[in-house]
Design a protein around this ligand. Sequence first.
Ligand code: ADP
Ligand code: MG
Ligand code: MG
Length: 255
Amino acid sequence: MSTLEIRDLHVAISEADGSLREILRGVNLTIRDGETHAIMGPNGSGKSTLAYALAGHPKYTVTSGTVTLDGEDVLAMSVDARARAGLFLAMQYPVEVPGVSVSNFLRTAVTATRGEAPKLRDFMKEMRGAMSGLSIDPKFAERSLNEGFSGGEKKRHEILQLELLDPKIAVLDETDSGLDVDALKVVSEGINRFRAKPGRGVLLITHYTRILRYVQPDYVHVFVAGRIVEEGGPELAEVLENEGYERFTGAGASA
Ligand code: ADP
Ligand code: MG
Ligand code: MG
């Protein structure tokens, strides 16, 4: 049993002059295990801000509201503690780290999450199996983290992390951007393998509807101007695909 519960979350970003600008204006969302939720919304609506706030990024200040995972206060946790609690946020480590290989990075992340270092040989075997399932060239493991990664490589690496860290709840932001159709299929299969396991939940954040053809959400939330303005089932994604966000942006502006 896992439940991620976001209640009346308000988040502001720090401007260059030190003032705060409110981006999230009262987000409410509950994700239970076995459920896949999609958050969809126009550019600039605050979708990534939600993901960064959940990840504990220092630039994003939670001004009010709560986030709990199985009743535990996520907002009080360090970034590593969030991972240990079972929350996966792909952008936790977005930086280029020259000199740190993908395999070293992954082993460190797995160690931090599981609380003990896997035996090197076991880990290598596990990693290679996961890589082959994602059609990732074995040489990729020796590359420097994020250095010169293409959009597609970043996204495959993200799903590789997901597979190895095996969290309870995965938050995936714009996982489909920068992917050609073949890569989109591989990445989607990875997400579908993850969510098919018992006790797992997914929050898929996206501007586009195309990934939702491969990863069918149970619930779709329309996100406009820092809050959810409409909720429905997978049919809502079809409405958005056909009509865009226009009819909802009106609702967001007047909210
Ligand atoms: P989305 O992911 O829906 O496109 P974002 O969360 O990226 O939206 O952005 C929401 C708003 O917050 C935008 O107006 C954006 O310019 C602003 N914003 C987000 N992150 C930052 C940041 N680190 N510094 C300054 N402004 C930011
Ligand atoms: Mg954006
Ligand atoms: Mg975004």
